[in-house]
Design a binder for this molecule. Sequence first.
Ligand code: TPW
Ligand code: MG
Length: 567
Amino acid sequence: MTTPTLTARLLHALKARGATEIFGIPGDFALPLFREIEREALLPLHTFSHEPAVGFAADAAARARGGLGVAAVTYGAGALNMVNAVASAYAERVPLVVISGAPAAHEITSGFVLHHQVKTTDSQWQIYHELSADRARLDDAVDAPAQIARVLDTALRRSLPVYLEIPRDMPAVPCGAVPATSPHLPDPDAVAACADEMLARLRGARQPVLMVGVEVRRFGLESRVAELARRLGMPVVTTFMGRGLLAGADVPLHGTYLGLAGDPALTALVEGSDALAMLGVIVSDTNFAVSAQRIALQRTLHAFDDRVTMGYHSYHDVPLAALVEALLARLPAVASKPAPAAAPAAASASAAKAAVLSAAAPAAAAAASSADEAALQPADIADALNALLARHGAVPIASDVGDCLFTAMDVGPTALIAPGYYATMGYGVPAGIGLQAATGQRPIVLVGDGAFQMTGWELGNAGRAGCDPVVIVFNNASWEMLRAFTPDAGFNALPRWDFAAMAAGMGGDGHAVATRAELHAALERAWATRGRFQLVDVRLAPGAVSPTLSRFVRAVKRVSMPDDAAG
Ligand code: TPW
Ligand code: MG
């Protein structure tokens, strides 16, 4: 038997750390790597049309499944095309492994300027330095196993992107095995002191609230945090970024905190808390700016990025998982029973409404009321989706940025992945494919027409990756979210593209809908049709926005342009 190659060793190490597939686009510097990946057949390879989609799909795979996401690209034109997607993964704490082909050592010293080179042969390395938590250039088969282990383990431990550069003469060289993950063990005394203080503060509080954010999902802690919430018996909310967390869990989940843009009762609950425990929360402007002055950060207990800050001091090197376990160890188990009825939760209220709607659906369909024929609003899409969820059970959602993401706040509770903080457009469609490739679950993709114009073409690659997402295009012939902030600007208008008509050319089915009755029928038909992607092209009334977006715009204007908002 021949010795395994560097590529084989890398693939095994990726698989051992949860990767289930590789997304990529080859190029000459990456051809030897891709040939080895295909030959080894250890992880399936899914190719796309444009590198942003490679990054978004790998990001979505990691978010939805847990473990590493893997994006393989070529040097220069390929890797640099993916910069924005990796930046998004960094900002939103996704353990994404970028593997790039690169020139071989003898090419670097050849005296020629190499194609795809920017300023120097390590310009790309410098750029990725800014986008990654750790990195290695695998130019030595002896060092490679330890380097691979270190870099991949950093990605998982910190839940951040990492970067591996593989010179094109290296993929097939014989290489030793990559060591298994070595667990990171924080100082138990520090963890204990931190957990004791947090519990004391929560017990002494008048109105403690538990807020859960993305790191809870990233570190695979959902069920442990749900158990913690039950034992603490405190109300639980998610952040905007954490929407979808604990969706199916038996906990007193009140919904998603959106500040001035959200449900006033939930906002009052959070902002009135004298001990807001934020677990794995990115304290970003989109989460908090619309009321930054209302949450007194010195009254919060904030665990994020291996650090726990309470009042005016911080504990370092207290990973979220260790903190959660230490808290659980200090709390008695509670008998498992349904959570006490939570105060009106936006999400469950709308789910209840959905159940009512769906029960009434046959009658409504029989006598299509005039409302069913009225011009569509984004809120109608939320209603139709809730009806679909009520009939068919929870379905994971991948959302783009735009009013579709604000509309998603009224859908569910159900799992949701979206770049809610970094807010890059173009995520939805490739993320839906990445999610399905990695988990086998068929997703619903929510995407605006502007964002679809960026990456919607990737649907043409869905079929061969075994994916058949249901894609809902919020077709408002506009960059509506921008128009909401600058209503008098002309540049936010888009031509009305016929997305439904394009679906067949990419191997899917398109449904154009303009009324509620058509929307409900098209969604049902789309859901019933398997094996081809389904595109529901929702022709929205011009200028129509979701209730959450209109509150968000008003809130942002009030906070950042108080003089304007007054007028
Ligand atoms: C990669 C800036 C944020 S929202 C938006 C833009 C251009 C308009 C979105 O239009 P769409 O959705 O998709 O039709 P809707 O509901 O607003 O009509 N480039 C990137 N990312 C961002 N966020 C922008 C520009 C932006
Ligand atoms: Mg639009």
